[in-house]
Ligand binder design. Sequence first.
Ligand SMILES: *Cc1c(COP(=O)(O)O)cnc(C)c1O
Length: 439
Amino acid sequence: MKYFSTNRKAPAVGFREATLLGQPADKGLYFPERIPRLTEDFWSDFADKPPAQIAFEVIAPFVAGEIDDEELLRICAETVDFEFPLVRITPEISALELFHGATLAFKDVGARFMSRCLRYFSKEKSEKTIVIVATSGDTGGAVANGFYDVDGVEVVILYPKGKVSKVQELQLTTLGRNITALEVGGNFDDCQTLAKTALADEELKKKVFLTSANSINVARWLPQQFYYFYAYRQWISEIQNPKSEIRNPVVCVPSGNFGNICAGILAHITGLPCAKFIAATNVNDVIPNFLATGEMREKPAVATLSNAMDVARPSNFVRILEIFDHDYLNLKEKLAAASVTDETTAATMRAVYEKHGYLLDPHGAVGFYALERYLENNPGQAGYFLETAHPVKFDSVEQIVGTFGDVPESVGALYERPKQSIEIAPDYEELKEILLGKV
Ligand SMILES: *Cc1c(COP(=O)(O)O)cnc(C)c1O
């Protein structure tokens, strides 16, 4: 399997190269030359297959032998070693809870898979590997945790001082060992600029193997397919009355960079039954606007309650276009979108807690609301939304609903560990010195 660049100016590469490079030189995104189809064999024992085996069979055609089968199965097992429950909230709406992993957000899946691929691929390298990542909250923790104690890999995380939640900051700063957290006196964009400057620094790249763990990396994007299969298995076994004719679920994904939903659509193309996808965004609504008008009108990002989705230019959307061969009408057949304001998000969090006793985080609330509206307008269907992170990760939840719900034990333990971070100005020279110190 080769991966070509969506800009079509850089050469096609295999899975290993695509993982190590992250992004092609022409600044496109890597995309598989051909989308594999799941076979009868896969479905014949689908209901009984262990989750790691499902993951393995889903990802194997994409890895195409570049990791040996035994190792790939082990990587899959380590990636999905937690629960992905589908929880019914109303007769028509369920939540696919993706927050039972190490850092309580879906990004654990991609980060764990990618870290282990990188460990495998960097074994043959003589120079040190440094993973640099800018985060507005969830990514940093997932990447730090995924790479924690991985031999031969140093991780440097840049986060904006005072702009991540308490729990997110603790997840970033209490690991130590091969994880260095840099608290940047600036905003997320400053962090991203610093990371990009480092990744383009030729002098530095002569001394270390520098890579980024951002969400466009194929090794983070592709494993996000796994939980859509786990959802479907629960959908057919528990949610639906076995006597009734099984309806395919409407799948609603709270979206920012559109990596998560793109993985779901990819899974669907390989053979996973789904009735429709809904991209739920906050007021950063470039894509809902695009689907409504056919025009991509960019505007600056606005800060919202669902801050992991405050994205002006959704980087993974081009992959969705690629899946549909840039055919707008085809795309609209499968993908709907809705944008949800902060006011509605907060009202949804309160209402769902009061009516159903289910505590949503702001991202999940955006998903719940968009799905509820869709089902109102399309009666006779049912579906699930992705609850992308645990409510305790967002300080606003307690302010809005008055509780964090059942807080996982791991959160309490975080408060007992000392914070370790280095404050830096948004100045590349300061960052460079720190990176050179790790060589
Ligand atoms: C990253 C993130 C999202 C957005 O996912 P994309 O793949 O960027 O669309 C949604 N919710 C939470 C909690 C996140 O951390």
